[in-house]
Ligand binder design. Structure first.
Ligand code: GDP
Ligand code: MG
Length: 395
C-alpha cells in the first residue's frame, strides 16, 4: 500500500470508525434517555400507583363515611320509630288509665257507694232494693230510670237464683249497661262528602271547648275541618273558637259580634264546599232570652243547612253539662223539641261524683251519647262506649 493509499486508507478507516463512534454515543444517549424514561415511567408509575392508592383510600373513606351516615340514619330512624312506638304505647296506656282516672269521682262517688252498700248487705230483701233506689235517685239517675233499673235487677236476681248479696253487684252492672244505647254512638262521617256537625246547648255547658276537641281529633285523622263561629252573641265567643281552631289546625269562618248567625252558618257551608272540606262544625249561642228566640234561631239554622245539603243527613248534637243533674234533662227536652237531635255529648264527667245523667238521658230521650268530655284539655274527649264506660266506673 502506498503512502497515499495508506493515508487515505487510514482516513477511510477512521472515517469508517467515525460513524460507529457516533452510533455508540447515540446508543449511550439513547440508553441514558431510556434509563431516564424508565426512571420517569417508574416515577410516573409510582405516582399513578400512589394516586390510585389515594383514590382507593378516598373511595374507602367515602364509603366509610356513607356507611356511617347510613347507619346513623338507621339509628336515627330506629330511634324515631322507637319514639313513635313509645308515644303510641303511652297514649294507649294513658287512654285506658286516664278514662278510669278521669272518671274517678264517679267511680268513688256514686258507684263506690253502690258497691260498698251492696257488699255490706247480709241478705237480699226489699229493704236492699229500696235503699238502692235512694242511692240511684240521689245520683241524678232520675226517678223513672231508677225504677226501671231496680225492677230489672230484681227480676234478674230472681231469674239467676242469686242468694249472696255480693253477687248482686255484677248483676247491677250488667243491668245498668243494658240500659245504655249502644247503636249510632259514632258521629257519622262519610268520605268524599262535606259532613256537617251542628253543636247546640245552653251557655257554659262546653260547646266551644268540645268543638275544639272534635276539630283536633278529626284533623289528626287527616280530615280538613272548618269551624263556623255561629255564636255571634259575644266577641269573646268568636275569639275563643278561633283559638281552638288554631290549636286544632282547623280553619274558621267568622263574622263580627252581633251579626246574623244564620249568615255565618251559610258562609261556613259555602266555604267548606268550595275549599273541599271534609267536616264543618258549627258553634251556636246558648244564651238566648227565651225559648221562643232559641226556637226561631235554631229553626233558621237548620233550614239553612238543609237547603245547602239537600237530602244529605247531618249531625245535630246537644252538649250537656254532666254536673248539672236533672236540669240537664229539661234542657234535653227543650232542645229535642226544636232541633232534630242525633245525639248527645256529655261534658265535665271528670268533675262529678254522680254521673247518673249518662243513664237518665238515654231513658228520657232515646238518643245515643256520642262522646264524653273528661277534662278541659284538647285530648279530654272520649268516644262513648257503653262497655268501656261501665268498666271505668264499676271496676
Ligand atoms: P259553651 O258556652 O257551651 O261554649 O262552653 P265553653 O266551651 O266555653 O266551656 C265552659 C267551661 O267549661 C270552660 O271553662 C271549659 O274549660 C269547661 N269545660 C268544657 N268541657 C269540659 C270538661 O269535659 N271537663 C271540665 N272539667 N271542664 C270542661
Ligand atoms: Mg261557646
Amino acid at each position: 500500500m502506498g503512502f497515499l493509499s495508506k493515508l487515505f486508507g487510514r482516513k477511510k478507516d477512521e472515517e469508517k470508525k467515525e460513524p460507529l463512534k457516533i452510533a455508540e454515543v447515540e446508543i449511550d444517549e439513547i440508553l441514558e434517555k431510556n434509563e431516564e424514561i424508565s426512571e420517569e415511567v417508574k416515577e410516573k408509575k409510582e405516582t399513578v400507583q400512589e394516586s390510585i392508592e389515594k383514590k382507593v383510600e378516598k373511595v374507602e373513606a367515602k364509603k366509610e363515611i356513607e356507611d356511617d351516615i347510613k347507619s346513623e340514619a338507621i339509628v336515627e330512624k330506629n330511634s324515631e320509630e322507637a319514639q313513635v312506638i313509645k308515644e303510641v304505647k303511652e297514649e294507649k296506656k294513658g287512654f285506658f288509665a286516664s278514662l278510669k282516672d278521669k272518671l274517678f269521682k264517679s267511680r268513688e262517688g256514686l258507684f263506690g257507694t253502690l258497691k260498698s252498700f251492696i257488699l255490706g248487705r247480709s241478705v237480699i230483701d226489699d229493704e236492699m232494693y229500696e235503699e238502692l233506689e235512694d242511692i240511684l235517685i240521689q245520683s241524678d239517675i232520675g226517678m223513672d230510670m231508677t225504677v226501671k233499673i231496680v225492677k230489672e235487677l230484681e227480676k234478674e236476681v230472681k231469674r239467676r237464683g242469686v242468694k249472696d248479696p255480693k253477687e248482686v253487684y255484677p248483676v247491677l252492672r250488667e243491668v245498668m249497661e243494658g240500659f245504655l244505647i249502644k247503636e249510632n254512638n259514632e258521629i257519622h262521617i262519610e268520605d268524599g262528602k262535606l259532613n256537617v256537625i251542628l253543636v247546640v246547648g245552653v251557655n257554659g255547658v262546653g260547646k266551644t271547648t268540645t268543638i275544639g276537641k272534635l276539630a283536633s281529633k278529626y284533623v289528626k285523622e287527616g280530615k280538613k275541618v272548618i269551624l263556623g263561629a255561629g255564636d255571634t252573641f259575644r266577641a269573646a265567643a268568636i275569639e275563643q273558637l278561633e283559638e281552638w281552631a288554631n290549636r286544632a289546625g282547623a280553619e274558621i269562618v267568622k263574622s263580627t259580634q252581633g251579626s246574623d248567625p244564620g249568615a255565618v252558618v251559610f258562609d261556613t257551608l259555602v266555604a267548606a264546599q268550595s275549599r273541599g272540606a271534609d267536616i264543618a262544625i258549627i258553634d251556636t249561642a246558648g244564651r238566648l232570652h227565651n225559648k221562643n228566640n232559641l226556637m226561631k234561631e235554631l229553626e233558621k239554622i237548620h233550614n239553612i243547612i238543609k237547603k245547602k245539603l239537600g237530602e244529605q243527613k247531618y249531625e245535630s248534637i246537644l252538649v250537656i253539662d254532666g254536673t248539672t243533674g236533672q236540669n240537664a234533662l229539661n234542657q234535653a227536652k227543650v232542645f229535642n223539641e226544636v232541633t232534630e237531635l242525633t245525639g248527645f255529648i256529655i261534658t265535665k264527667l271528670d268533675g262529678t261524683a254522680k254521673g247518673g245523667i249518662v243513664f237518665s238521658i238515654s231513658e228520657e230521650i232515646k238518643k245515643p251519647i256520642k262522646f264524653i268530655g273528661v277534662g278541659e284539655k284538647i285530648e279530654d274527649l272520649r268516644e262513648f262506649n257503653a262497655n268501656e264506660y261501665i268498666q271505668a266506673i264499676f271496676d
